[in-house]
Design a protein around this ligand. Structure first.
Ligand SMILES: Cc1cc2nc3c(=O)[nH]c(=O)nc-3n(C[C@H](O)[C@H](O)[C@H](O)COP(=O)(O)OP(=O)(O)OC[C@H]3O[C@@H](n4cnc5c(N)ncnc54)[C@H](O)[C@@H]3O)c2cc1C
Length: 587
């Protein structure tokens, strides 16, 4: 009899096993994994790029910091080249990325190496690892009766039954519980991907001639290649991720509305696709032999439930999955595992309130998923429009660091329910703003001019408000202090959203501006670009800069001044015109 049987020993299952042994040492844990070791280096799984939240989980919560530094690559953040690859040379494209190695670390993970090592670690931690066996069925025990997990070696092997108080589905897309209980739901996001690995390092710095001194000078340490690099155009992006085993992961993501799955469904088609849409990148990477190839149609899915009062949960891709663009897959693993660990801990300690917690976590996780998914659902037009994209990335970073990461780094889910509830309210505030912001940047991008002047966008510049949000992740704060902090940031986010509205209107001009305002339902927002902000726009030079609020100044410093549409003479007149038009339409 086990306390927890984890079905599937991929990233989610193995990290959960490690976490349970660390945080609930009395728990007897088994992991059933159908694939035996050794797993291949590099060509194993996607999920190679981690970001701040998951890196904190791996490095600090699981105590793997030294291991990751030694065996994987420290990552140079996310780097974006939006705007499409057919018209501009790389050095003439807008580049958005960090100016130096980020202070809060993240990692590029070789999944084969990581999972081999994690298996050895969890065995050493006292987990029963049953390799080469598949889970055939799960029978849920009623009331307090144990669950039964039926396993066998291969499809013909003798069936063996494991009994456990808790069962966790970590079987990835096999989604044992989600399928058994018919929990899969559409996520509303239709995108596809194909990927392969090549031997050797693909250094984006080598793609630009040394004679382009200005471009190279922006990366004095020559560490662009350590970023997760995104080459983007309308409805697509192409990734390059370096791996510590000396390989590079190459992948394409296409949104249905612009590029059908069929265009990338084989290796040959994927190569042709890259050669057509990113010809200059293809010139640089096309001669590298692919070591493997996989593709996935409609990779995003939702789920109706992930935590149950009946002592089960679904973690990793066995739960819902949004999109890989900002590498959030491992963030969801981190959050899902932490919630599961807390529920198991409470239950095994005899704390009967764990059932109410399970319901609370379930709602929180699924709402969090929906907000995260919205970041990608409408993103296709933004990938092709550098201005809207830069604003989107600023917004997404702001929200991610100010709320999502803080929530995780400060372990707020462990707070008593009444205390946790006030953070749930803040989450709702950020969610409302985020839905508006995603629609805004998407509609803006749809109407934007096709070939804007390229800019270099340092995100985040140091020092800046945005950089401080990043650095604040490691700042110790009590829950009360964190609440004050987040409340303040929520107010700034509201201001930032209006700054984005202003920027979109100024760059689109009156006709498209009114159309945009109607499309995003600006009339229903209940607040508008402030008078003080419009006053600032009437000043010039230093006086204008001084009149801008902290957020407006930081946003402008990061993403550059708005390109004014030729028909815009007075910003105040433009804004008044737009609001008057939508008010009239509303009547
Ligand atoms: C195109 C794409 C790119 C991505 N890029 C990133 C990224 O850069 N960063 C990131 O964080 N995330 C990324 N993700 C998400 C990432 O791949 C997942 O979050 C992660 O791999 C999920 O891990 P998991 O453990 O849930 O599933 P898996 O890693 O798939 O593990 C599931 C395990 O269960 C086992 N299993 C299945 N069925 C059974 C059974 N019946 N019995 C026993 N064992 C079983 C399998 O063998 C497997 O080992 C990406 C996803 C996609 C689709």
């Amino acid at each position: 009899m086990f306390d927890v049987v984890i079905c599937g020993g991929g990233l989610a299952g193995l990290t959960l096993a490690r976490q349970l042994r660390r945080e609930v040492p009395s728990a007897k844990v088994a992991v059933v994994e159908r694939q035996r070791r050794p797993l291949p280096d590099a060509a194993h799984k996607v999920g190679e790029s981690s970001v701040e939240l998951s890196s904190h989980y791996f490095g600090v919560v699981l105590g793997l910091g030294d291991y990751l530094r030694k065996n994987h690559l420290i990552k140079n953040g996310l780097r974006f080249f939006p705007g499409g690859g057919r018209t501009h040379r790389l050095e003439e494209r807008t580049e958005i990325g960090p100016p130096q190695m980020p202070k809060v670390p993240s990692f590029q993970l070789d999944r084969g190496r990581l999972e081999n090592d994690l298996r050895a670690m969890v065995e050493a931690d006292g987990v029963t690892l049953i390799e080469g066996f598949s889970v055939r069925d799960i029978h849920f025990g009623e009331r307090d009766a144990p669950h039964e997990v039926v396993i066998s070696e291969g499809s013909q092997g003798e069936r063996v039954t494991l009994r456990a108080r808790w069962v966790v589905d970590a079987a990835g897309r096999a989604a044992l519980i989600r399928k058994k209980l018919d929990l899969t739901r559409p996520s509303g996001h239709l995108a596809n991907s194909s990927w392969y690995r090549v031997k050797g390092k693909l250094d984006v710095g080598d793609f630009v001639p040394e004679s382009e001194r200005g471009w190279h000078a922006r990366d004095g340490e020559r560490i662009r290649w350590l970023s997760t690099v995104h080459f983007m155009g309308t409805g697509y992006w192409l990734w390059l991720i370096p791996l510590s085993t000396g390989h590079t992961s190459v992948g394409v993501v296409v949104h249905d509305e612009v590029h059908p799955f069929d265009t990338i469904r084989t290796l040959e088609k994927t190569k042709q696709w890259i050669a057509h849409h990113e010809p200059r990148i293809w010139e640089q990477i096309g001669h590298h032999e692919a070591e493997d190839f996989l593709c996935l149609r409609h990779y995003s899915h939702g789920s109706a439930q992930v935590y149950s009062k009946d002592r089960w949960s679904c973690v990793g891709e066995a739960g819902p999955f949004a999109d890989p663009f900002y590498s959030p897959g491992s963030d969801f693993i981190a959050l899902g595992n932490c919630f599961t660990t807390e529920l198991v801990r409470m239950d095994l300690a005899g704390d009967a309130s764990w059932q109410a917690r399970a319901e609370e976590y379930d709602g929180f996780y699924l709402r969090f998923f929906d907000v995260a998914c919205e970041t990608y659902r409408k993103a296709a037009p933004c990938y092709g429009q550098p201005r809207a994209m830069a604003a989107k990335i600023y917004w997404d970073d702001f929200n991610y660091w100010a709320f999502v990461c803080q929530y995780f780094f400060k372990e707020l889910w462990k707070l008593p329910p009444a205390d946790h509830a006030r953070f749930v309210e803040i989450a709702k505030g950020f969610a409302t703003l985020s839905f508006r912001a995603q629609k805004l940047v998407s509609e803006w991008a749809k109407r934007a001019h096709d070939e804007p002047r390229a800019v270099h966008v340092t995100l985040p510049p140091i020092p800046s408000l945005l950089a401080n949000l990043h650095l604040d992740l490691e700042k110790a704060m009590t829950p009360d202090e964190t609440h004050v902090y987040m409340t303040e940031k929520l107010a700034l986010a509201d201001e930032l959203l209006h700054e984005m509205v202003l920027r979109a209107l100024v760059s689109l001009g009156p006709t498209n501006g009114v159309e945009l305002a109607r499309e995003v339902d600006l009339a229903t927002w209940g607040s508008r670009v402030s008078d003080a902000r419009l006053d600032a726009e009437e000043a010039e030079g230093g006086a204008r800069r001084r009149a801008l609020s902290l957020v407006a100044r930081d946003f402008e410093r990061c993403v550059g001044r708005a390109d004014k549409h030729p028909e815009v003479v007075s910003v105040r007149a433009l804004v008044d015109h737009v609001y008057a038009q939508i008010a009239e339409a509303a009547e």
